[in-house]
Design a protein around this ligand. Structure first.
Ligand SMILES: *[C@@H]1O[C@H](CO)[C@@H](O)[C@H](O)[C@H]1NC(C)=O
Ligand SMILES: *[C@@H]1O[C@H](CO)[C@@H](O)[C@H](O)[C@H]1NC(C)=O
Ligand SMILES: *[C@@H]1O[C@H](CO)[C@@H](O)[C@H](O)[C@H]1NC(C)=O
Ligand SMILES: *[C@@H]1O[C@H](CO)[C@@H](O)[C@H](O)[C@H]1NC(C)=O
Ligand SMILES: *[C@@H]1O[C@H](CO)[C@@H](O)[C@H](O)[C@H]1NC(C)=O
Ligand SMILES: *[C@@H]1O[C@H](CO)[C@@H](O)[C@H](O)[C@H]1NC(C)=O
Ligand SMILES: *[C@@H]1O[C@H](CO)[C@@H](O)[C@H](O)[C@H]1NC(C)=O
Ligand SMILES: *[C@@H]1O[C@H](CO)[C@@H](O)[C@H](O)[C@H]1NC(C)=O
Length: 345
């Protein structure tokens, strides 16, 4: 009897300690919730920049909340189903660091089979319009720069280039092409000189730790791309109410490239510059961070971004809500088709 009690206590201690032992900084209660949640996986992770973009999904009849939320490191992970597929929704907050951290937490803590990212974005492709939902095949972070010393030109070596830290392969912006007031008064030279775009240093989960690799264009998952191509005929909302409509019928468009940085670009010159240089169609402030984390963790991902402005006019909130709703509809339809695709395989 006594031995039995000791055994029970021993087992109890083992069970309650186990989550803490596996995740050193995760408290026991949270660790337990995480382990329980993972028993219902795998999940599709849905990564969302801000409330304005998350609320329409929470309110959508396609989302069934299980009412389970797990808070960790300032993030809230919300559980439910979309079209009967188990999902975890999480809000990142603005910009690349927030998006990267949140995506990393999502894929490290939970049994996630893929990551879907959606929101609004800026348009840089003349054949796309406000309200369209763009699905780029490749993403890059366009703000890791090597800013060249004044007086140096394209033929001069970059700082630390010999170490393999930086490269001239991807291309540069010559600021002298653009009018600016930061000029040297004597020579009229442009003190801003050149910046050289750099690939991101990446450390893949199946690589050697601390041994860096590089990535500039990160592709979305090929199966997800295939599924998303089928969404191109989808009908989207074009009107806010009975009298106010977009001038074009919104569409879902597969495009080649998107680019992100923690920079809000309302500048038409810079938009047309990166469009010309990189042939990007959309710019935003999070997608490439989600892409880079998923790429390194070998988790499939895709991004859906609805266009809410093109830099030619002042940002308008009139159509932003319509654009968000269109991106939500496309994510939901993707998940519906995703489940069909899985049962088909
Ligand atoms: C939501 O859950 C209820 C109860 O389980 C179910 O009847 C309904 O079909 C679900 N709706 C969706 C959109 O998944
Ligand atoms: C979640 O909470 C709401 C409001 O309290 C309730 O109506 C709903 O049935 C709950 N859903 C589940 C799956 O428990
Ligand atoms: C910028 O200036 C360089 C050299 O003067 C020129 O070759 C290039 O075409 C210009 N680019 C743009 C976008 O005007
Ligand atoms: C430079 O600054 C002056 C005074 O602040 C302004 O009047 C002028 O338009 C500016 N020029 C350019 C090219 O931005
Ligand atoms: C439709 O929305 C526009 C823009 O918000 C508004 O100015 C207009 O009054 C609305 N019309 C109706 C009929 O609600
Ligand atoms: C540039 O991007 C557009 C839009 O995604 C695509 O249709 C076109 O093929 C691309 N052009 C090149 C040269 O890659
Ligand atoms: C977007 O969806 C929300 C919530 O579902 C709704 O309240 C709002 O009116 C929609 N906006 C437009 C422009 O249709
Ligand atoms: C995928 O979505 C499109 C557009 O909504 C639809 O026409 C098509 O039937 C779907 N395909 C599958 C396999 O569910």
């Amino acid at each position: 009897m006594k031995a039995f009690r000791v055994l029970v206590i021993f087992l109890y201690v083992l069970v309650t300690l186990e989550p803490q032992e596996t995740n050193a900084e995760i408290d026991g209660k949270t660790g337990k919730l995480i382990n329980q949640a993972n028993e219902n996986g795998p999940y599709l992770g849905v990564v969302i920049p801000n409330l304005f973009e998350m609320n329409p999904l929470l309110e959508s009849s396609s989302f069934n909340s299980t009412n389970l939320t797990i808070d960790f490191a300032g993030r809230r992970f919300r559980f439910g189903t979309i079209e009967n597929k188990e999902v975890i929704l999480v809000l990142t907050g603005l910009g690349m660091i927030n998006a990267g951290i949140t995506t990393q937490l999502l894929v490290s803590l939970f049994d996630v089979e893929g990551v879907l990212h959606y929101g609004i974005a800026g348009n840089v492709n003349p054949s796309l319009n406000i309200g369209d939902v763009a699905i780029p095949q490749y993403w890059s972070h366009h703000a890791l720069w090597n800013w060249q010393r004044y007086g140096d030109g394209p033929d001069d070596e970059l700082a630390l280039e010999v170490n393999g830290d930086y490269t001239r392969e991807i291309g540069y912006i010559k600021f002298a092409n653009y009018s600016t007031n930061i000029t040297n008064c004597n020579s009229h030279d442009n003190l801003l000189n050149n910046v050289w775009y750099q690939p991101e240093e990446v450390f893949p989960i199946d690589g050697t730790p601390e041994e860096r690799q590089h990535a500039f264009w990160v592709p979305i998952d090929t199966h997800y791309f295939e599924i998303s191509k089928k969404l191109e005929g989808m009908k989207l909302d074009g009107c806010i109410n009975s009298t106010t409509c977009l001038s074009t019928t919104p569409k879902v468009a597969s495009v080649l490239r998107g680019a992100s940085a923690s920079i809000f670009i309302e500048n038409a010159a810079y938009r047309s510059f990166i469009q010309g240089k990189f042939n990007v169609s959309v710019v935003d402030m999070e997608s490439a961070a989600v892409a880079l984390v998923c790429f390194q963790q070998r988790v499939p991902f895709i991004t859906f971004r609805a266009l809410s402005g093109d830099g030619s006019a002042r940002p308008s909130t009139t159509f932003a809500s319509l654009a968000v709703n269109n991106s939500v509809r496309v994510v939901v339809e993707f998940i519906k088709n995703f489940s069909a695709y899985l049962t088909q395989m």
